[in-house]
Design a protein around this ligand. Structure first.
Ligand SMILES: C[S@@+](CC[C@H](N)C(=O)[O-])C[C@H]1O[C@@H](n2cnc3c(N)ncnc32)[C@H](O)[C@@H]1O
Length: 216
């Protein structure tokens, strides 16, 4: 919980969906068994096409660290970041040569400004409640260096209460998300939507570049 003082009033904002993080903590072993088997080929294709080779990289919401390890094998210096202690334990066991740290969206308060040229945030932001998404975007942009690239992917849900096994799957409007990134100083490089028939869910992958400072 973070205390915010707004115009003399005290508001308490729940900055993380704790139920989602607890669900990941409680099922970390099972999630690891499943995620180990998955190869996010499309995400790796986007990384190959858009990331700035060899430059520092943050894998925000790294889960079991599979993509951090892939990035590392492909020449990137990478830090895997996740809010769930259980998932981070799995990551450290599976990929002991990689570096993982506990931190959370929307604030990413342990990450310094402009510290990464490449930011991957794959299958994470739908776990934020709607009013945290703009704050998350501000902070994803904050940690990205000028000229750096952000790859963001998220999926929808067919569940009526937007929960699957306790995890929140917020509905994210791509148009709003793109507008928020552009207002924060990014340009849109790529946007695609992929319907995964087997699971009946839609994946959206979007790539942004943080614009270099204006020269006047
Ligand atoms: C579906 S997994 C995705 C893992 C990995 N990025 C991938 O694509 O396989 C979602 C991950 O996001 C993490 N997560 C959820 N909410 C988060 C938050 N607010 N901040 C940081 N990580 C979060 C979860 O703990 C979990 O490890």
């Amino acid at each position: 919980m973070v205390k915010c003082i707004i115009m003399g009033e005290i508001n308490w904002l729940q900055f993380m969906d704790n139920q989602t993080i607890l669900a990941y903590d409680d099922t970390a072993e099972q999630v690891a068994a499943l995620h180990k088997m998955l190869v996010p080929a499309r995400i790796y294709w986007l990384i190959d096409r858009f990331f700035i080779k060899g430059e520092p990289c943050a894998d925000v919401g790294c889960g079991i660290g599979r993509d951090s390890a892939w990035l590392s094998e492909h020449g990137y210096r990478v830090i895997g970041i996740d809010a769930s202690e259980g998932m981070l334990q799995q990551a450290s066991q599976l990929y002991p040569n990689n570096f993982f740290v506990q931190d959370s969206l929307p604030l990413l308060e342990k990450q310094s400004d402009s510290s990464y040229m490449n930011v991957l945030c794959s299958a994470v932001i739908m776990h934020l409640v709607d009013d945290q998404i703009a704050i998350a975007i501000t902070n994803l942009m904050r940690i990205t260096a000028l000229g750096g690239v952000i790859i963001i992917s998220f999926r929808g849900t067919s569940s009526k209460d937007l929960r699957e096994n306790g995890k929140l799957y917020s509905v994210i409007d791509s148009g709003r998300l793109i507008a928020l990134f552009v207002q924060s100083g990014a340009e849109l490089l790529h946007h695609e939507v992929d319907f995964q028939e087997g699971r009946g869910v839609e994946w959206t992958n979007i790539v942004f570049r943080k614009l270099p400072a204006l020269v006047v």
